[in-house]
Write a protein that binds this ligand. Structure first.
Ligand code: NDP
Ligand code: ZN
Length: 353
């Protein structure tokens, strides 16, 4: 079979590889919808997870089960499934502690396109199928559901980490697809005012559709000044970071009132340290909490999030700006993700059989 792979840092291409086989708890799936992630571009072009040779890329997929292992109880060939980006080992100590995304070591629940071949292939293997696959509800399109694998769950995890609650004023820094899902998640969690930080006009328009009440363009000047001005100097209750860099933490601390929480889901690619401004952090006593996390995975999370699409509480189709048909489409889709043209939010690739 063929797969689209990272050949080495900075280089991608199509490779031939053996079709995977199901272990007793696992399943083999063929893709129905795929999408590249900003993390795939970090993996290839920033070398964010180190050198990898001929590793199939991709971790966002909806697919059809073609084979299951002898111990799989709940899935069978023909089932249409949402495949989470994170597929933990559910028996691991870290999972028992509530941090399944770190099962087997820090970030090790992220297996696809990291510790094993990813989903940009004719077939791929999913470990612990009963715990890691989620049934695609009837009436939900694969291309809409593929946004659940990573974009929805990650954007919403920012909301969970920040602990957004009714009436909060929240700043969402970064409104690419992840930050847009944070905006939508804040709205679902009852935030009163959602201040979205970005610059590209299409992302701004969609941020408003998902519930942003205010837009701050970081290219128009310091966001600290802009957000403090917009809140009469008070600052915001919670901050979600889904874009920016190591310096963004300093801004987040400065715009947040005591007692608030920063929820970071952004990848930090450069620098040795994150700066926490001493005075605005209350000289160490400000009760300004900082959290950051890899997105959760697993079946229950995906099946619950899928209900939001099934019952019309969330419309992920607003994220889908570029469409390709056929597995070959993952190559131009990944290049779009690398180049981030102004009108891009997310590309999606659908495959018909
Ligand atoms: P995008 O690149 O599409 O979006 C980034 C956003 O940040 C854009 O809105 C951009 O603005 C904005 N931005 C860029 N620089 C700044 C700045 N200096 N200050 C404020 N805003 C800024 O990324 P994605 O939405 O695809 O992904 C977001 C991050 O989440 C990535 O780092 C990705 O790797 C990470 N990620 C993390 C996961 C996890 O498990 N925690 C899972 C998946 C992704 P504009 O383009 O409008 O100028
Ligand atoms: Zn990702």
């Amino acid at each position: 079979m063929k797969g689209f792979a990272m050949l080495r840092i900075g280089e991608v291409g199509w490779i031939e590889l053996d079709k995977p086989v199901a272990d007793p708890l696992g399943a083999i799936v063929r893709p129905l919808a795929l999408s590249p992630c900003t993390s795939d571009t970090h993996t290839v072009w920033a070398g964010s997870i180190g050198e990898r040779h001929n590793m199939v890329l991709g971790h966002e997929s909806v697919g059809e089960v073609v084979e299951v292992g002898s111990l799989v109880k709940d899935f069978k060939p023909g089932d249409r499934v949402i495949v989470p980006a994170i597929t933990p080992d559910w028996g691991a100590i870290e999972s028992q502690e509530g941090y399944s995304m770190h099962s087997g070591g820090m970030l090790a629940g992220w297996k696809f396109s990291n510790h094993k071949n990813g989903v940009f292939a004719e077939f791929y293997h999913v470990n612990e199928a009963d715990a890691n696959l989620a049934l695609l509800p009837d009436g939900v399109k694969p291309e809409d559901a593929v946004m659940l694998s990573d974009m929805v769950v990650t954007g919403f995890h920012g909301v969970e980490l920040a602990g957004v609650s009714f009436g909060d004023i929240v700043a969402v820094i970064g409104i690419g697809p992840v930050g847009l899902m944070s905006v939508a998640g804040c709205a679902l969690h009852g935030a009163a005012r959602i201040i979205a930080v970005g610059s590209r006009p299409h992302c701004i328009e969609v941020a408003r559709q998902y519930g942003a009440t205010d837009i701050v363009n970081y290219k128009n000047g310091d966001i600290v000044t802009q957000i403090l001005d917009a809140t009469a100097g008070r600052g915001v209750d919670k901050v979600i970071i889904a874009g920016g860099d190591v310096d963004t933490f300093a801004e987040a601390v400065k715009i947040m009132r005591p007692g608030g929480t920063i929820g970071n889901v952004n990848y930090l690619g450069e620098g040795d340290c994150i700066c926490i401004p001493r005075v605005e952090w209350g000289v160490g006593m400000g009760h300004k909490h900082i959290k950051g996390g890899l997105t959760p995975g697993g079946r229950m999370k995906m099946e619950k999030l899928a209900r939001l699409l099934q019952y019309g509480k969330l419309d992920t189709s607003l994220l889908l700006t570029h469409r390709f048909v056929g597995l070959e489409g993952v190559e131009p889709a990944l290049m779009l993700m690398k180049d981030k043209p102004a009108d891009l939010i997310k590309p999606v690739v659908t495959i018909q059989y």
